[in-house]
Design a protein around this ligand. Sequence first.
Ligand code: ADP
Ligand code: MG
Ligand code: MG
Length: 327
Amino acid sequence: ASQTAEPREYALERHTLHMGTLINAKLFGATPEAVKHYAIVFEDKVTDYDDLMSVHKDTPLNEVNRRAGEPVEVPCEIADMTKQALAIADETNGAFEPMIGPVVNLWKIGFGGEHVPSDEAIAEAVSKVDRSKVRVWREGGRCMMQIAKGQSIDMGAIAKGFIGQRLSDILKHEGMTRGVLDLGGNIVAVGEKSDGRPWRIGIQHPAESRGGYFAVASVKDESVITSGAYERYFEENGKRYSHILDPKTGRPAKTDISSVTIIDRDGARADALCTALFAMGWDRAEAFLRTHSELKALVMHADMKQAVMTPAAASSVTSADPSVKLT
Ligand code: ADP
Ligand code: MG
Ligand code: MG
């Protein structure tokens, strides 16, 4: 075989810890300078988005929550994300609910000190969940938001998908044509592999440790996002409480699904929808998917013996584990 004198492509990997999650990026470029530039842009922007959206920092959304009842100026990107989140809440009939903050803050699942709250406290928190009281508007060139007193916005179910999508868009704008970004299991495939074939992204088996895949998605320029009860939960008196909550009951979603994967060109939408479908449970999720035939979704049943793919997903998902029946 003949040796090529010059490699045609350079690769760099970056691993960082941001937004409470491990972020890995595989970046490719035509020259060493190009790929180094992408790595610098990536690191800068990850830090910017962490400052903008992390739950633990003094962010614009935390200011909206702290000043509930008053109009607050926010970066327009935050206003846009909120509008998209509210639209998906409508579309999923509130299964995905960005105004779920009071309920999330009550249970604190994944933040330490978890406990099962009293019925009164749950009812009180649920009464604050009302997205009709949220306003997002423009005033001159400024973007404004206002929520009602006692309310709290929580973007935990959409933020990583949104940020992954933005990072991908920014890197492409800088000239990067291919790469894979992994935000704690929320994957964005940028472009395609150098041989023109799609990226192959493993889909996590809910009962196996990280990297145990039950299926593989072949994707170009799409996000692959999975929600499940296996990542963050707590146990009390032998009962397991997941971090995905039912906004109507104010309790961890009673679901017969163990994970939902969505493949979509819009990472924010994919993230929000997989949380919604998980919270809906098998029957409602199936009904939702029947009326959204364009969606690429893979729903793993609680028994972990079968997973249902939408027809749109079937062309890009293949089995990687004979113990799970893909139908
Ligand atoms: P992960 O945290 O594993 O990425 P999700 O994307 O499903 O999982 O987001 C879960 C987070 O979203 C929770 O930690 C909480 O902050 C918030 N959340 C919980 N239940 C809901 C819900 N029904 N709708 C919107 N956000 C939710
Ligand atoms: Mg989500
Ligand atoms: Mg998520």
